[in-house]
Design a binder for this molecule. Structure first.
Ligand code: GSH
Length: 206
């Protein structure tokens, strides 16, 4: 059984969705971001699991993991028969490139805006950072537009965890009023029709 620590409208949704796609049993525990209370991410017992004091965090079979992209890849490998991660070396290389692009480039403008709107102390927030983020986002969304083009899935002919990473991050962009091109919008909405996405949403809201 996997234990997932998460919070609504955060990157832990990626893990919830991945668990639903993999059809694995799990125990979802909601924590309070930034709080020192018993269920807070700054509580001493939580920080012993995740010294970043962040979500997501999973515990499974004696290991603790704290990075969303690494966690969903791990989940994919627990159920190899579902093909949620490519087995072919060259396709896997492309998959990795795309996932690292999302985590190291595409996500960054969104994360900067999120932090400056609500996470970092008020006296450190720079409202004008939005201009820089808009510029950075425009650049990386154009790269993503090329990666996805008019494909149904990001990698190969079937759904993979890369689709979770990309469409979840696109949803984040839309929530923060970044404009996304039509092909990416279409791709994202198609992903949200998946039953596992809907189950994950329900789980997050319950
Ligand atoms: N690279 C990490 C980032 C995790 C992260 O920053 N999580 C945010 C929520 S999406 C968080 O817990 N923030 C709490 C904080 O910054 O105190 C991942 O993708 O797992």
């Amino acid at each position: 059984m996997i234990t997932l620590y998460g919070a609504a409208q955060t990157r832990s949704f990626r893990v919830l969705w991945a668990l639903e796609e993999a059809n694995l049993n799990y125990d979802y525990r909601q924590v309070e971001i930034g709080h020192k209370s018993e269920k807070g991410t700054q509580a001493e017992n939580y920080r012993q699991l995740n010294f970043q004091g962040k979500v997501p965090c999973i515990i499974h079979d004696g290991i603790v993991m704290n990075e969303s992209a690494a966690i969903i890849n791990y989940i994919a490998q627990l159920k190899p028969e579902i093909n949620l991660i490519p087995k072919d070396l060259k396709i896997r290389a492309y998959y990795d490139e795309l996932c690292f692009f999302i985590m190291s480039d595409f996500e960054q403008a969104l994360w900067t805006v999120t932090k400056h709107q609500k996470l970092i102390p008020k006296d450190l927030q720079v409202p004008d950072i939005r201009k820089v983020a808009d510029w950075e986002f425009a650049r990386s969304v154009s790269a993503l537009q090329n990666y996805i083009s008019n494909k149904e899935f990001a990698v190969g002919d079937n759904f993979t965890m890369a689709d979770i990473l990309i469409s979840h991050t696109l949803r984040w962009a839309v929530a923060y009023q970044f404009e996304i091109p039509q092909n990416l919008n279409k791709y994202m909405n198609k992903m949200f029709e998946r039953p596992a996405y809907k189950s994950a949403l329900q789980k997050e809201q319950s």
